[in-house]
Design a protein around this ligand. Structure first.
Ligand code: AP5
Length: 211
């Protein structure tokens, strides 16, 4: 399976990607996570990216395209992958298309998680991630276990979330017609419970390869 999950900040891409990548035994390739890890490691690319991320802006296309290009060469990505947060712009989508066609590969689908803006701010602001397990929680909808050591992302402050949502509407929304024209786009209601969203994703991909 070669799948893209697309949706605004807080739509549930990471939550679903973790479940599906483990179900299918394929890697979750999350550009946001990769950039945060690069920053934590003090890598120049991570430090450069953090300057955009803390303002809620997109990191330049060439940076993320290079990162994903390298990641897709890794052995674990040869039988499939789940892209979470990439591509976000049409130039990124075109670069991915070139990378895949050079290997004679095609995408199986692009799943868009639909969630209205008023729910997204609350989802992002109250998100907490378990530092030890990487599990994504929500202080109201999916509270973390007592005693868990939690990470609160620097870009999950209300003003930055609003800027990220604006960036999504300005830049990423153009991807939807791009993939729709290719017959790859599937829409799923992201306001359902996480388990129901997973079922809907699986239902809309019925008949697609799981290899
Ligand atoms: P990134 O880390 O990718 O963030 P994002 O796209 O803004 O998405 P989020 O991680 O905020 O949300 P999500 O959809 O994964 O939701 P989650 O499952 O966590 O990117 C961060 C930054 O990196 C960008 O702003 C940009 O600067 C840069 N970047 C990354 N990729 C880039 C690219 N390709 N190009 C350029 N720049 C790039 O869920 C959110 C919360 O909701 C959680 O608390 C969860 O528990 C809860 N929740 C999930 N599902 C449900 C549900 N069904 N019902 C109720 N609550 C739910």
């Amino acid at each position: 399976m070669r799948l893209i999950l697309v949706g605004p900040p807080g739509a549930g891409k990471g939550t679903q990607a973790k479940v599906l990548s483990s179900k299918w035994g394929i890697p979750q390739i999350a550009t946001g996570d990769m950039l945060r890890e690069a920053k934590k490691a003090g890598a120049p690319l991570g430090v450069q990216a953090a300057e955009y991320m803390t303002r809620g802006a997109l990191v330049p296309d060439e940076v993320v395209i290079g990162l994903v290009g390298e990641r897709l060469q890794q052995p674990d990505a040869q039988t499939g992958f789940l892209l979470d947060g990439f591509p976000r712009t049409v130039p990124q989508a075109e670069a991915l298309g070139k990378l895949l066609s050079a290997k004679g590969l095609k995408l199986d689908g692009v799943v868009q998680l639909d969630v209205p803006r008023h729910l997204l701010v609350e989802r992002a602001v109250l998100r907490r991630t378990d530092k030890r397990t990487g599990q994504i929680h929500h202080l109201k909808y999916n509270p973390p276990p007592l005693g868990a050591e939690l990470d609160h992302r620097a870009d999950d402050q209300p003003e930055t979330v609003a800027k990220r949502l604006d960036a999504y509407e300005a830049m990423t929304a153009a991807l939807l017609p791009y993939y729709e024209a290719k017959g790859l786009l599937r829409r799923v209601d992201g306001t359902l419970s996480p388990g129901e969203v997973t079922k809907e994703i699986l239902r809309c991909l019925e008949g697609q390869s799981t290899k």
